[in-house]
Design a protein around this ligand. Structure first.
Ligand SMILES: Nc1ncnc2c1ncn2[C@@H]1O[C@H](COP(=O)(O)OP(=O)(O)OP(=O)(O)O)[C@@H](O)[C@H]1O
Length: 317
């Protein structure tokens, strides 16, 4: 009998320090031309921080777009005097990646994902290009671009790990590699995490609170790198997530339906795993493998309860 197995290496890198301090500069005089693609960026005020909101209007079966429309006037009145507010609506899958890269190159102070974990995931991947962090094209700029989140998706699982709280102290982000990849890099992260209370999120944006967290990197020989901020998984749970995306109109129930569908025809598989510098080991008949940087997936399932995005390590289940 031929034995098929997946092969995965999980490794944890060391934290390291960022060369530049990470304070949002309220008096920043930079005025990048984020309106170079006018269909994408709509500048609202003229100076100070440049905040780019990447909105998936189709998130949560269209609820994200509706919530965002209600939120925008408040956001403009609250932040408009201090910030350039750039609203950028995604037109389809992967668009958020391109928007984010452009915003960082143009010197945005923060790129804020407005939507669910899918949108957040794309924005995180937009912070990188060709295995490296995207850089401001103004090489003399002294600020870094922060990542932000207003969780308005179906599951919004990443935000759950934080209990909708703000992390006030800057902590270092670093990127942890796994799957035949060494990696190290960093971005700063802003958290605006009070689900169903976006006004509270905007208050946090106004305060400019920053934190630093870990980001995972997945790579395969001959393919590009792929970054994750929440939970990376393979086999049954990954199939469940894939199927769930077809049923978002049912809200969080989509994850139950997706899981049921994934069970149909599912067969466990042997898995070859290496953790850190350990030996390769074969784990027989594995149902799923989850590598958690944060705790939740599948619409609130606490799959890696001890994972902590600030810890410099993953929890593997
Ligand atoms: N204009 C669009 N039309 C259709 N799909 C889009 C559009 N913009 C982005 N997308 C895709 O929609 C996917 C899901 O969006 P998002 O994660 O924001 O909402 P969700 O699936 O409801 O939330 P969650 O992932 O937290 O359950 C994204 O990964 C993205 O690829």
């Amino acid at each position: 009998m031929v034995c098929h197995y997946y092969q995965i290496a999980v490794s944890v890198g060391a934290r390291f320090s960022m060369a530049k301090p990470s304070v949002l500069r309220a008096e920043h005089s930079m005025a990048p031309d984020l309106s170079s693609d006018s269909s994408v960026f709509r500048g609202v005020s003229s100076r100070r921080r440049d905040l780019v909101f990447v909105v998936n209007p189709q998130g949560a079966n269209g609820r994200t777009g509706k919530e965002w429309k209600k939120l925008l006037p408040y956001l403009q009145s609250r932040l408009g005097s201090d910030c350039n507010i750039c609203e950028s609506l995604t037109s389809g899958p992967s668009h958020a990646i391109d928007i984010t890269r452009e915003a960082i190159r143009e010197g945005a102070d923060a790129v804020i994902a407005v939507g669910g974990d899918g949108t957040l995931h794309e924005v995180v991947n937009g912070f990188f290009w060709d295995g490296k962090p995207v850089a401001n094209k103004n090489t003399e700029a002294v600020h870094s671009t922060a990542l932000g989140l207003i969780p308005l998706g179906t599951g919004s699982d990443f935000a759950r790990t934080f209990g909708w709280l703000v992390y006030a102290n800057p902590v270092l982000i670093h990127f942890i590699s796994f799957y035949d990849m060494l990696a190290s890099s960093q971005v700063y992260v802003l958290f605006y995490l009070r689900k169903n209370d976006p006004c509270e999120a905007i208050e946090r944006i106004a305060r400019g609170v920053r934190s630093r967290i870990d980001i995972g990197v997945i790579s395969r020989e001959g393919e590009g790198s792929h970054y994750f901020i929440n939970v990376a998984d393979i086999h049954l749970s990954a199939k469940a997530g894939y199927y769930a995306s077809r049923y978002k109109k049912f809200g969080n129930l989509c994850y139950v339906i997706g899981a049921l569908q994934a069970f149909i025809g599912h067969r466990n598989q042997d898995l070859r795993i290496k953790v850190n510098e350990g030996e390769w080991e074969v784990y027989p008949q594995v149902t799923a493998l989850c590598i958690g940087n944060a705790k939740y997936f599948g619409g609130g399932m606490k799959i890696t309860p001890n994972a902590d995005p600030h810890s410099g390590s993953f929890e593997v289940e």
